[in-house]
Design a protein around this ligand. Sequence first.
Ligand code: UD1
Ligand code: UDP
Length: 377
Amino acid sequence: MKPAFVFGTRPEIIKLSPVVRAFIELGVEPLLIHTGQHYDYEMSKIFLEELELPKIDHHLEVGSGSQAEQTGKAMIKIERVLMDERPDVTLVQGDTNTVLAGALASVKLKIPVAHVEAGLRSFDRTMPEEINRILADHASEVLFPPTEEARRNLEREGITENVYVVGNTIVDAVLQNSGIAEKKSDVLKRFNLKPKEYLLITVHRAENTDRRENLERLVEILEDLPMKAIYPMHPRTRNRLKKFGLLERVERIESLIVTKPLGYLDFLKLEKNAFAIMTDSGGIQEEAIILNVPCLTLRYNTERPETVKAGGNILVGLEKERALNYLRRLIDDEEFYRKMANAPNPFGDGKAGDRIAQILLELYRRGNLKVRSSRFI
Ligand code: UD1
Ligand code: UDP
């Protein structure tokens, strides 16, 4: 069997690494195709190194661009590779432009698509990711929703065949790497941070960064944080802050450490030891609940509602008073802190990668890994 992995951004590398590993353990050699959507060392290569992935077979160097430019370029280049390589299945993960490009290019060549982390919905069609998720799910032959809730979203859209709830591969990644991070990373020492005495912050969503007005609301929250904080800044946000003349204001905040994006081992260690996390990232909302760290999400909706229902995550949007009130409550109210920190992990047992590889291999052996003319037969 020849499975092809198409990925291009930081979270895809992290979340697909357990699946790549699982195939290798089963004696199957995966084909790795990197679109180059993320290209800075600290957004891509550092993860390939730290997670010890095999050599990339095809670097497509698509880079940045408008939505259509980036997706279109990726599609054209992915199609060429898939035509040459003719894999038995194309795996994509999540909701980026790389995922949409990989899914569309593949299904039209009649190479079945397997979507890892299928069925997530924010129910906000103004997000580029929501469009990518919906279209990728409908182009896919085999779907791996992480939770029952994600499976129900697929069912509501008529997708019920070849759907396997396997858990989220982020749990695998966290379990496989947090022990190593604890031993290898000296990030707390480097930034002079003490466990449970700092906040960890990340922001990169288009809806938070593309308009000056929204970014300024974020800056106002950062200026009034009640605790020391560290903020590994996504290049998108750095560029926008610069463009809107807000970067210096952020860099002037005395209790805030601003760094470039960090590698996975440093970042995991920072997450695990944080007092609380404020983020608009999808993967970080998941990691927070896995690592028992309270999370305040700087968004008005989430495609990870399981974290909110479990009690480990609160949506605060860019509402300064709401965000600061919850932070103060976490500081002052031990019982409230304990409840948020101890919310149960809804994302499974850390064996999602193994399940995905085994299911695909079994479908392949039975001759059932192909694009069918209808889902409903
Ligand atoms: C993308 C995904 C988002 C995901 C995020 C993970 C889409 C539509 N968005 O957002 O869902 O959560 O990746 O981090 O696919 N840039 C660099 N260096 C890099 C990469 C990007 O400087 O290595 C800058 C460029 O100015 C670029 C901007 O960041 O224009 C945005 O990059 P892009 O890949 O378009 O989207 P992300 O915001 O990274
Ligand atoms: N991450 C990292 N270093 C950082 C910031 C994030 O290693 O400086 C990891 C984080 O642990 C998580 C993933 O990147 O696994 C999340 O990626 P991101 O927030 O860019 O994307 P999203 O999950 O929102 O798509």
